[in-house]
Design a protein around this ligand. Structure first.
Ligand SMILES: C[S@@+](CC[C@H](N)C(=O)[O-])C[C@H]1O[C@@H](n2cnc3c(N)ncnc32)[C@H](O)[C@@H]1O
Length: 215
């Protein structure tokens, strides 16, 4: 295994993180035992893995503090949890009760996942959280970018990173995906963000893009 960016390892075209809860799996992923336990990071299940395989350059550091909007059952948060280690934290916002239960169970095994049952459209309801290094957004919602901007303005540190997974069909089914990504990038620029990268997630995720921006 070779470390390709902070805490992310590869073997051929497959990527892995080191399991910080050894002996447990999160979504049925393959686990390889070597010097440590490595969890396969499936790019068809996690848009962040797809973005990394398609050339995302920004690194996520040990000790990073992350606000994660749309945590669902915790597939991607679990890999972030491996990367940031025990000094980092992922404030994980999710509003659907059924998936939130699985997220709660996951947080019992991983102390750096802080589950918050809330609506990301109302960031003031979790206004008590600290400032973060990264805001990660995966909501599959028409107003996703607006929600991302509102949350970043409240919680992202100056110079911090905003990562948004965009499902083009949730935003506008009539437009070409590339045009949707461009429109969403323009919204971010108008709100004062610099676009660092815009990545197409094909072939792992059809009609999905990924934007990395900084404040
Ligand atoms: C595509 S899934 C996220 C998958 C997850 N990010 C992963 O990679 O493991 C989108 C999630 O966002 C949640 N969601 C959508 N709108 C939301 C909102 N306004 N507030 C909180 N959660 C929301 C949905 O319930 C769903 O679980």
């Amino acid at each position: 295994m070779k470390e390709i960016t902070n805490g992310v390892y590869n073997e051929g075209r497959e990527i892995f993180t080191v399991n910080s809860a050894p002996g447990t799996k999160v979504y049925g992923e393959q686990v390889i035992k070597k010097d440590r336990e490595y969890r396969h990071w499936d790019p068809t299940r996690s848009k962040l893995a797809a973005a990394i395989l398609n050339g995302l350059k920004t690194e996520i550091n040990k000790g990073s503090k992350i606000l994660y909007l749309g945590a669902s059952t915790g597939t991607t948060p679990s890999h972030l949890s491996d990367i940031i280690g025990t000094n980092g934290i992922i404030y994980s916002v999710e509003f659907a009760e059924r998936v939130f239960r699985s997220l709660l169970e996951l947080s019992e095994k991983r102390q750096n996942i802080a589950p918050i049952m809330a609506d990301a459209r109302k960031p003031e309801t979790y206004g008590w959280i600290e400032s973060v290094d990264i805001v990660y957004v995966d909501l599959s919602q028409p107003e996703e970018t607006e929600i991302a901007i509102r949350n970043a303005n409240m919680f992202l540190k100056k110079g911090g990173l905003l990562l948004i997974a965009i499902k083009s069909q949730s935003i506008d089914v009539t437009k070409k995906p590339a045009d949707v990504y461009k429109t969403e990038s323009e919204k971010l620029k108008s709100a004062g963000f610099s676009i660092l990268q815009l990545i197409d997630l094909e072939p792992y995720e059809e009609k999905h893009g990924f934007i990395a921006a900084s404040l």
